[in-house]
Design a protein around this ligand. Sequence first.
Ligand code: ZN
Length: 777
Amino acid sequence: MKKDIYDVLKERVLILDGAYGTEFMKVCNLKGRPPEILNLEAPEVVERLQRSYVEAGADILLTNTFGATPAKLKKSGLEDEFENIVRAAVRIAKKVSEGRVFVFGDIGPTGELPYPIGKRDYDFFYNNFYKQAKLLIEEGVDGIILETFSDILELKSAIRAVRDISNEIFLIAHLTFDEKGRTLTGTTPEIFSAVLQDYNVDALGINCTLGPEEMLPVFQDLASRTGKFLSVEPNAGMPVVKEGKTVYPVSADEFAYYAESYWESGANIIGGCCGTTPEHIKKLKRVIGDRKPLERSPKKLISVTSAATFVDFSGFVVIGERINPAGRKKLRQALENGFTDIVFEEARVQLEKGADLLDVNFGVEQFVSDDTVRKTVMGISYSLSSPLSIDVQTQEKLVVAMKNYPGRPILNSIKVSQEDIYKIEILKRYGGMVVLLAMGDNLPKDFKDRVKAFEKGVRLLEDYGIDRERIIVDPVVIPAGAGGDVRAVLDMIKHLSELGFLTTMGVSNVSFGLPNRSYYNTALLVMALQNGLTSAIVNPLDEKLMGVLNASLVILRMKELPKKRVDTSDELTRLLLKGDSETLLTKVKEFLIQEKNALDVVEKYLKPAMEKIGVLYEKGKIFLPQLILASQTAKVAFDYLSEKLSTESGNNNKKVVIATVKGDIHDIGKNIVSAVMRSYGYEVIDLGHDVPAERIVEVVKREKPIVVALSAMMTTTAPRISEVVRKLKEEGLNVPVLVGGASLNERFAKELGAHYYASNPTEGVSFLKKLEGRRDA
Ligand code: ZN
């Protein structure tokens, strides 16, 4: 079947079907239950819609299983129906298709986020997707589409799950981007393509959130960076309210008009997401007809990434060496006792001093738990947005580190030996670049020895399907004091450079056992640089070395090292960004003695620091994971100060009532907003998700908050906002309603009767501050 799809895709652009949820809403009342329940209770409704998509000209029909992971169904109390729902969905779609069109199993995200933003990890995601994909493939779908994902780790887990069931099945992977071209956890199209180039995915694409006009530049960005097939499903614009109903404003004609531009940009598969109808698909098909897809010549992406940071290997790359407990008792104890502030601090400082990415080594791994490995990898890569070089030796822990890594890491390192074959297999399974040591089972003696090992290693890796652009060769520096032949290392760098290989070296090895180590390290680095070295594992805190490195790069016209990534000039901002609540609390206590009252500490220190962080977030300098970490850290300080505040200032009401509306089980966005508001010192009363209007009104009456904040993720639940606004008015409660959520925009929010719309958490806080200003005046 995959071959069939490939054959067709070479000949013409395929049309994917349109929206399901918004179409079901028009014909039935789901009463807040997920649309997948229709597969069991009203299969004829699903069948009718799918039939109209086939008649409209769709080549690919999706099964009605977008939200049918066990975890998501559980939130609606439908976990027992999981298997029936998924199997029924495939049967319905296959009945409609009658073999005329392809049937793809549809898989959406779980609605949960990875640690440290949320609580989940690879295994949680993987197990959910594995179960769902297994049923879909068992029932005989022709392909799988992973769509509307907003985090790259969750997407990688889903791909791994599908591929563990079938290596053959045609697989499409989509992320959802905002207008700035970032996903929720900060991934760009460039990072998306870089990470997935190591994965067996047939098509990459984008869907949801944006209409065809806003999505186009993001799509073009993706198209310029990947050689895989391209797939796209825009929404029918951003929703508005007409006569009390939610409407997507982009007409079928307008939607089809943009198809031309998508085709010109290289699309292979085009369909519609929220708000599109059979009419949209019909017009789309009329424009596209049997057009042949255009050829593209994407750029190569030799890079490592975190979820939100892309490090390009076309320039010199500095790898920080300091997360390595060898000879450092405090760090060793920290790693043995669990992921702690010390490890985090060690990471942060290196990035501040100019490291592009960080090597992570756990020392004697038997004393370090799997959980620490997982938290270190996820914590540093998400919260500090740093790509990592994973220097882990034992098989089990290497797997934990590699599978939970949200981006494209470096696996550091493999030697040319049977002993290290397991590492190649892990690399192949989870993706990434790799450091190849120019040595076999024994240390290399001379230049020839190194060349022999290197050549053998490259062949070995290529046999496993790891191409040479993923390989960084380390000529193996042996301590000069132990009789190491450093000249052979330099010759090796030159040789590799002439062959066009990327190179790296553990510079500090050269000075082991010698006095004034920095001189030796710096000297070796400069000599190697001139021979063509492309990256180095160094101590970024060695100012002498970093200064000379920078100057050398300028002289050799290579490039200057990147500037500091984030402005962390003031201490509180820095403490918040690194999540160091302990030091923060000590600082806050000092301020309290100095200022004598808690309110001043909040106003003069904590709030400005959080505001700075808000600005960094708005400007795209930091991303959601860092914003959340800072918020959670600030909350610790606010909690400490709030007791003192209440005794100082009496009834200073800063209460906010927050809830996700009835029928909506999504609470990621709402939880983030709660955390951020709390970090600014507001008392947030969180009513959870799927909250009836009556309950919100009741709590507002009792608590008298300054604002009611409502979240609605789905288009189908957004009208519930009007209901809450109306009920509040009926009760004579004159409280402003602030709204946010994926299905909303400013105009739509106004139409629903809300007073203010916030597109992100920091905008929500700005609104609260505006309100306070008004009260003070
Ligand atoms: Zn959508």
